[in-house]
Design a protein around this ligand. Structure first.
Ligand SMILES: CC(C)(COP(=O)(O)OP(=O)(O)OC[C@H]1O[C@@H](n2cnc3c(N)ncnc32)[C@H](O)[C@@H]1OP(=O)(O)O)[C@@H](O)C(=O)NCCC(=O)NCCS
Length: 152
């Protein structure tokens, strides 16, 4: 018996719109990706995620379960979404009742290396590179920093 188990990444059970462009390697499973989207290399998109039409996901981004992204968004390189806040002092260890949802509106651009905690972000928002979004954003504008605050 081998002393390790190997699982393959790839594209499995994904519901695609038309004219989607993907640069492998990626790990996409059980998600929905709308028309004319782009997904760059080394991206993981987990099950039940929805990506709206014309949204672009740049390389090295991680989109976990319970995330919904609107149309015409730009998700930069290495953007991390979070659904488990370690609210009871550590990981939920698969207890999905502890996971939280994220909803990103339309025309939202998220700068590279940002972290998005479980929040709602309204339409027409820019998040600066390296930001950490900890609270809902309900007004259009540009937000930067950790925690992200509105600058314009
Ligand atoms: C947020 C952003 C859009 C702001 O651009 P801008 O409107 O031209 O703003 P400015 O460069 O005039 O900066 C305004 C202020 O915010 C600060 N700031 C800008 N971007 C910041 C960031 N990402 N994090 C923290 N502070 C930032 C600036 O230092 C400046 O501060 P000051 O007023 O104290 O001098 C831009 O800086 C950014 O982060 N873009 C992300 C780009 C990206 O990740 N692209 C991915 C594909 S390559």
């Amino acid at each position: 018996m081998k002393p390790y188990n190997v699982y393959s990444s790839g594209i499995k059970d994904v519901n695609f719109g038309e004219n989607v462009k993907i640069v492998e390697p990626v790990n996409l499973y059980g998600c929905f990706i709308g028309n004319d989207c782009f997904v760059g290399p080394f991206v993981e998109i987990q099950k039940r995620v929805n990506i709206g039409d014309r949204t672009k996901i740049q390389s090295h981004t991680f989109i976990c379960e319970l995330v919904d992204i609107g149309k015409d968004c730009f998700i930069g390189h290495g953007v991390m979404f979070i659904n488990d806040l370690f609210s009871d002092g550590g990981p939920a260890n698969g207890d999905q009742s502890k996971w939280r949802t994220t909803k990103i509106g339309n025309k939202v651009s998220i700068g590279s290396n940002s972290t998005i905690l479980p929040v709602e972000i309204c339409n027409n928002v820019v998040i600066g590179a390296g930001s950490v979004v900890t609270k809902d954003i309900i007004e259009s504008g540009t937000y930067v920093g950790n925690p992200a605050v509105k600058i314009k």
